[in-house]
Design a protein around this ligand. Structure first.
Ligand SMILES: Cc1ncc(COP(=O)(O)O)c(C=O)c1O
Length: 423
């Protein structure tokens, strides 16, 4: 262990099993003592500019005073109460606000505590939709290459089970229809034929709209999303959009699906829903999906109920974040960041080893031919005073929307320095 670490780190670190890490070889994690604005403060006093907003959550920056005030008031009044048979104001208000913000008749909000679980819920909802209608055989999902929907079992099964991070599980997971994401007219025609042929076996198509995040920050246009949705609707196949990453402004609009002017049957929300404060996710269904669960028959009810669903602290946080979206020009901030990233990351085009540079909303991606030692690269970034966490073959930025231009410039300078130090 490095010298001068705080006692709590020395004593407890050995008992923590880190995410996505080979514990035998993983380097020492950085001890964090505080966050502030876009900064992460380390135990040794260093302050890193967070270029990825804690896995795309902290969209208004850390320690936002308005959010803190609402969360603290909520702690004092009621930290938690079960949702089974009891409903509190924060949950009702949030459900209504989400329904009002979402397009179309996405009116029925089912709360949970993590993105992966919201995906499990969406898949289960879609499967039971068909069961409740008395239509047998709709037992598989169509998903796309480079897709990622979480780490729980069903969510893994609809990720890219061949190339993605869960490929070791391919023999263990439910077999889904893994397809290439159609983009050209020819590919759309093939996708159309595929759905026509298999629709009797399909519960739903699931995809991340506009940006496939953890699968490599791959972009597609709104016209692609609109065309896929149109084919789903034509064949009466349910469409689930996973907006856990793209939701709440990340791609430039409140929800990515707005850019394609479509309403999915089910949408999954998480991450920036509570702006990097308290764990929460939601699965929202249209009237049509919801109505299929209404019956005199108790067996047609949706049998799901996460213990901490609609946790009052999380609801207070989400409502406070939506207040900020309502009262402040948050989407203008995203546009400013997009402009900045386009200009500043553009300079890396053509550098040796850089294959592509792309920007959408507050997402900037530098695609490398080969990235080499990821751990060493992350360390180099930390040494430059920034928290950037490259994965696969990309270096990317997903800053908080409150990030100022000089902080964005510092991120770009760090990338410049690190890229230029490579042989
Ligand atoms: C598109 C998408 N879906 C689902 C998830 C899983 O969310 P969680 O990590 O909250 O379970 C993620 C997380 O990165 C995601 O990006």
């Amino acid at each position: 262990m490095t010298k001068d670490l705080p006692d709590w780190f020395r004593e407890g670190y050995g008992n923590i099993w880190l995410p996505y890490a080979q514990m035998q070889t993983v380097g020492e994690a950085l001890p964090v003592v505080a966050t502030d604005g876009v900064m992460i403060e380390l135990a040794d006093g260093r302050r890193l500019i967070d270029g990825i907003a804690s896995w795309w959550t902290a969209c208004h920056g850390y320690n936002n005073p308005q959010m803190q005030e609402k969360i603290i008031a909520q702690v004092k009044n009621m930290s938690h109460v079960m949702l089974g048979g009891l409903v509190h104001e924060g949950a009702a208000t949030l459900a209504k606000r989400l329904a009002d913000l979402l397009p179309g008749d996405l009116n029925h909000v089912f709360f949970s505590e993590s993105g992966s679980v919201s995906v499990e819920i969406a898949l289960k909802m879609a499967a039971q939709y068909w069961i409740n209608l008395g239509e047998q055989g709709h037992s598989r999902f169509v998903c796309f290459r480079s897709g990622y929907h979480g780490d729980t079992t069903a969510a893994m099964s609809v990720g890219d089970s061949e190339a993605g991070m869960h490929k070791a599980f391919s023999g263990f997971l439910s077999q889904q229809f893994l397809q290439p994401l159609p983009e050209t007219d020819q590919e759309m025609a093939e996708f159309n034929e595929f759905l026509a042929e298999h629709k009797g076996q399909i519960a739903a198509v699931i995809m991340e709209p506009l940006v496939q995040g953890a699968g490599g920050m791959k972009f597609h246009g709104p016209e692609t999303l609109a065309a896929i949705a149109k084919i789903c609707f034509k064949h009466d196949v349910l469409l689930i959009l996973d907006e856990i990453f793209t939701g709440f402004g990340r791609t430039g609009t409140m929800f990515a699906c707005e850019q394609a002017d479509i309403t999915p049957d089910i949408i999954c929300l998480g991450k920036a829903l509570t702006a990097g404060t308290v764990a929460m996710a939601a699965t929202v269904a249209t009237d049509r999906v919801y109505d299929a669960f209404l019956s005199d028959d108790a067996d047609k009810a949706f049998m799901h109920g996460p213990t901490y669903m609609a946790n009052p602290l999380a609801c207070a946080a989400a409502n406070a974040s939506l207040d900020i979206f309502r009262d402040e020009p948050v989407l203008d901030r995203v546009r400013r960041i997009e402009g900045h990233l386009m200009q500043s990351l553009g300079q890396f085009r053509g550098l040796p080893g850089v294959v592509d540079v792309r920007v959408k909303g507050a997402i900037g991606v530098i695609q490398m031919k080969e990235i080499g030692d990821l751990a060493a690269l992350r360390q180099q970034f930390a040494d430059e005073g920034v928290w950037i966490r490259p994965f696969g073959d990309i270096i990317y930025l997903t800053p908080s929307f409150s990030m100022e231009s000089h902080e964005l410039a510092a991120l770009t300078q760090a990338i410049d320095k690190v890229l230029n130090s490579r042989e």
